[in-house]
Design a protein around this ligand. Structure first.
Ligand code: NAD
Length: 289
């Protein structure tokens, strides 16, 4: 018997397609959509994420402005900037990079963003709309997963989907999106009993936990589509360097029908979806006049 290997669902071609479509939509608007990116402090990961978003925004013909505020910025000062950007008709999308320093109440900040400009899709009005089956602006990572599945022509309707992880950023909105797309959805999490029995039911398995190699081959139904959202830094690479790995064990490739790599799978979709959301926000604002 020859060993099978899962089809690789590479992120870059799917992201390139979404970016090209986004650029074309942006060109149809009277002025380039404008994204405001706000970050506090000097956290290297946050700085690198914001840099990446800013660069890609420009590449697809959007306007982008980065507001890099000192770590010591007070919550009131941050809320005042958000109020100013909310009121500015020249700004279509507004994102505050998470995590925020401990002295700032993340929820208060996310709730202050105008839902029409909330390109991360974290405002309760947008969360509610998603769960009501009338999505407006949808969180970028799970929306990016849906775009990836669509790009590779993978079926969702009628599939048994299992999501491992129930965060507000990934797991929960992923569940809503799959439900809206007519999958039969189960959400597993840290308190789920016999996780393997649950995941083995999945035709479509989404891992969004943040634990390297949590999902092993025995937990996967043969032929399943497996989407690995996890990004874990592990040491032990060449010359003691850290490397990135997912929540899915590499040996799952011998069982799954299709699998996203880490890195180079879901990651590139997230930024592409953020820019698509920015164009969606601009289109809606233009339609509202
Ligand atoms: P989180 O820590 O907020 O949530 C993790 C979830 O996993 C929780 O709901 C928890 O219940 C569940 N969990 C923890 N241990 C578990 C276990 N042993 N069994 C089952 N469930 C368990 O994390 P998050 O923000 O949702 O991110 C998840 C992962 O996805 C992280 O690795 C993160 O870096 C990555 N991520 C990637 C992207 C991307 O663009 N590719 C975007 C966001 C997050």
């Amino acid at each position: 018997m020859t060993a099978t290997t899962a089809r690789v669902l590479a992120g870059p071609p799917a992201a390139a397609a979404l970016l090209a479509e986004t650029a074309a939509r942006a060109r149809r608007l009277p002025t380039p959509p404008h994204l405001a990116l706000v970050r506090l402090g000097e956290d290297p990961a946050s700085m690198s994420y914001v840099r990446g978003k800013d660069r890609k925004a420009r590449e697809v013909g959007l306007r982008s402005t980065v507001y890099a505020l000192p770590e010591t910025t007070s919550q009131d000062e941050l809320l005042a900037l958000i109020a100013r950007l909310n009121a500015d008709d020249g700004v279509n999308g507004l994102l505050v990079q998470l995590p925020l320093p401990a002295h700032v109440d993340e929820e208060a900040v996310l709730h202050a963003i105008d839902p029409r400009k909330d390109v991360d899709g974290f405002h309760p009005a947008n969360v509610g709309a998603l769960w009501a089956g009338r999505p407006t602006l949808t969180p970028c990572t799970p929306a990016g997963v849906m775009a990836l599945l669509a790009h590779y022509g993978l079926p969702v309707a009628g599939q048994r989907a299992v999501i491992v992880g129930r965060s507000h950023i990934v797991g929960r909105p992923m569940a809503a999106l799959l439900l809206n797309a007519d999958a039969t959805v189960t959400v597993a999490h840290s308190r789920t009993r016999d996780l393997a029995a649950v995941t083995r039911e999945a035709d479509l398995l989404i891992a969004a936990v943040g634990r390297a190699h949590l999902l092993t081959p025995d937990m996967v139904k043969p032929g399943a589509t497996v989407v690995d959202v996890g990004i874990n830094r592990v040491s032990g690479g060449p010359e003691g360097k850290t490397s990135l790995t997912g929540d899915v064990h590499p040996d799952v490739a011998a069982v799954a029908g299709a699998l996203t790599p880490v890195p180079g799978g879901v990651g590139p979709m997230t930024i592409a979806q953020l820019l698509a959301n920015t164009v969606t926000a601009a289109e809606r604002q233009q339609a509202e006049g």
